[in-house]
Design a protein around this ligand. Structure first.
Ligand SMILES: Cc1cc2nc3c(=O)[nH]c(=O)nc-3n(C[C@H](O)[C@H](O)[C@H](O)COP(=O)(O)O)c2cc1C
Length: 203
């Protein structure tokens, strides 16, 4: 492939990506999910610690999470009611109750050491999450990165059975976000980008 077509495919993937919040219940093939997760593992990480940990829920485990998602809504609904217009508020509420029927949920954790948490650990996980977003895009899947599970962080930890892990008991595993994923069932408009005051050139 010429470097020009690679370049145009890359920018097309980046610019056409958008958060998807309604999914077909069709489960993506395991090989597709493995490619997406492998893309996550290719992200850069501070000191190459590769300190991301992903917990992938499908089937019954994914279904069981819905009641937790509904609970996380309670933590943020008042703030959102003030910010969002009613139709968007209702759409968001429905998303929290159903997760858009996404067949796959990926909980993304950082395995921190005390002195690395801000310097490298957290940022590295988000680099990997962006690779997941872009890999979904080129695979024809959609996804939505969600900070909402942080509202019920401890309960999510328990739901995933992290108490059985030594690194969790040592206080080193930290939930950063979840990603709902599947084949898109809607085509929302692209969220507008703000350009002013975002980039500052100095010379
Ligand atoms: C760290 C982070 C947390 C987010 N949390 C949520 C969330 O809890 N629920 C949700 O519906 N979308 C969530 N989003 C998606 C954003 O709302 C979305 O990326 C933004 O509105 C821009 O839209 P786009 O992704 O379609 O470009 C989150 C995105 C990021 C990066």
């Amino acid at each position: 492939m010429s470097s020009d077509s690679l370049k145009s495919m890359f920018y097309q993937a980046v610019e056409s990506r958008k958060s998807i919040r309604q999914f077909s219940p069709q489960m993506p093939d395991t090989q597709v999910l493995e490619r997406i997760l492998t893309a996550a593992l290719h992200a850069p990480s501070g000191k190459n610690l590769q300190n991301w940990r992903f917990f992938v829920c499908t089937g019954a485990k994914r279904d069981q999470y819905l009641k937790y998602s509904q609970k996380s809504w309670l933590g943020i609904k008042d703030a959102l009611q003030k910010k969002l217009k009613p139709s968007l508020y209702e759409f968001t509420e429905r998303f929290f109750f159903t997760l858009g029927d996404a067949p796959v949920l990926i909980f993304c954790y950082s395995q921190n050491s005390e002195d690395e948490r801000y310097h490298t650990s957290i940022g590295s996980v988000y680099m990997a999450v962006q690779n997941i977003n872009l890999a979904c895009q080129v695979e024809g899947l959609g996804c939505c990165t969600m900070g909402a599970p942080l509202e019920i962080q401890k309960e999510v930890d328990q739901f995933l059975g992290l108490n059985d892990r030594e690194d969790y008991r040592a206080g080193n595993l930290e939930l950063l976000c979840a990603v709902a994923m599947g084949y898109p069932k809607h085509d929302p408009p692209k969220a507008p980008r703000k350009l002013e005051d975002r980039i500052h050139w100095l010379s």
